[in-house]
Ligand binder design. Structure first.
Ligand SMILES: Nc1ncnc2c1ncn2[C@@H]1O[C@H](COP(=O)(O)OP(=O)(O)OP(=O)(O)O)[C@@H](O)[C@H]1O
Ligand SMILES: [Mg+2]
Length: 255
C-alpha cells in the first residue's frame, strides 16, 4: 500500500481546473518528483494534500486513511510536513527558534507541568533541544543556531525551512522547489541533505524545475500539465517522452 495516494483528485479555481483527476502515489521509502511547466498545478496539489485548499473531488489517502477535509495542523499531526515555494520564516527570530516552531504540535505539555516546572518538563525540554539540534545538524546549520535568521544567506534560509519541517518527525515530507535560487554547490549539498532525510525513513515528494536535482534524487517522477498527469516513470523514462518534451517547449498541438 502506498503511503500517500491521490485518486482522481480535482481542484478548481472558478472556471480553471488547476488539478484534473490526478492519481499519484508515494510509497514508503521513495523520493518522488512532481514536475511540470509553470502554472501546471504542482503547488496546488501540495496545497490540497496539506489541507490549505479543499478539494473539488477525488480522494487523498495517507497511511490508509482519508485526509480530505482535515485542517493543515491536523494533516501535520498525521505525519505530513512541508516547505513552501516562497520561504516562510521569521527573520527576527533565531535559527533555533524557527526550527522550534515546527515542533509546536508535539509540545503540548500541560499547563500544570509548565507552571510547576516538574522533572517531566525538564526532561521534555532536554528532549526538545536534542531534536532541534539534530534537525539543524542534519541540514548543516547547527553552528548558526543562535544567529538571527535574517542574517543567513538565502541558501541557508531555504534549508532552515527543511529543518523546521523534519523536526516534527514526519513520515512524508513535501518540498516545493527546494533548489530554486540555489547555486550548483548549494544544490548538490541539498541533494545530500534530502538523501540523508530519506535514509531516516521519511518518504519524500518534491516539486522542482531543476532537472539535475530531479534526475539525481528521485526514483519516480510524475509530470503534470494543465493539472493533468501526462507521464510517470523514472526520470530517464519520462525525459524522452514526447508529451513531456512538448509540454516543456510549450508547443501544444492545438494552437
Ligand atoms: N489561490 C488561487 N486562486 C486562483 N487561481 C490559483 C490559485 N492558486 C493557483 N491558481 C492557479 O492555478 C494554476 C496552478 O497554479 P500552481 O501554483 O499550482 O502552479 P505550479 O505548477 O506550482 O506553478 P509554478 O511552477 O510557477 O510554481 C495556475 O493557473 C494558477 O494561476
Ligand atoms: Mg508552484
Amino acid at each position: 500500500m502506498a503511503l500517500l495516494q491521490t485518486s482522481e483528485l480535482v481542484k478548481k479555481f472558478g472556471g480553471l481546473t488547476a488539478v484534473n483527476k490526478l492519481d499519484l502515489q508515494v510509497k514508503e521509502g521513495e523520493i518522488c518528483g512532481l514536475i511540470g511547466p509553470n502554472g501546471s498545478g504542482k503547488t496546488t496539489v501540495l496545497n490540497v494534500i496539506t489541507g490549505i485548499y479543499k478539494d473539488d473531488g477525488g480522494k487523498v489517502l495517507f497511511d490508509g486513511k482519508e485526509i480530505q477535509g482535515l485542517m493543515p495542523h491536523q494533516v501535520c499531526e498525521m505525519g505530513i510536513a512541508r516547505t513552501f515555494q516562497n520561504i516562510r520564516i521569521l527573520g527576527s527570530q533565531t535559527v533555533y527558534d524557527n526550527v522550534r516552531l515546527g515542533l509546536h504540535i508535539r509540545t503540548k505539555a500541560d499547563l500544570f507541568n509548565i507552571i510547576f516546572d516538574t522533572k517531566k518538563v525538564k526532561n521534555e525540554n532536554e528532549a526538545i533541544r536534542e531534536e532541534i539540534e539534530g534537525a539543524l545538524d542534519l541540514v548543516g546549520l547547527l553552528e548558526y543556531k543562535n544567529e538571527l535568521t535574517k542574517n543567513l544567506p538565502y541558501g541557508k534560509q531555504k534549508v532552515l525551512e527543511i529543518a523546521r519541517a523534519i523536526v516534527a518527525k514526519p513520515k512524508l515530507l513535501l518540498l516545493d522547489e527546494p533548489a530554486a535560487g540555489l547555486n550548483t554547490a548549494e544544490s548538490e549539498n541539498l541533494m545530500d541533505i534530502v538523501r540523508n532525510i530519506s535514509k531516516r525513513n521519511v518518504s519524500i515528494l518534491l516539486i522542482e524545475h531543476e532537472m539535475a536535482f530531479v534526475a539525481g534524487l528521485t526514483n519516480k517522477v510524475y509530470v503534470i500539465n494543465y493539472g493533468k498527469k501526462i507521464a510517470e516513470g523514472t526520470y530517464n523514462e519520462i525525459k524522452s517522452n514526447p508529451g513531456v518534451i512538448e509540454a516543456y517547449l510549450g508547443t501544444r498541438g492545438d494552437n
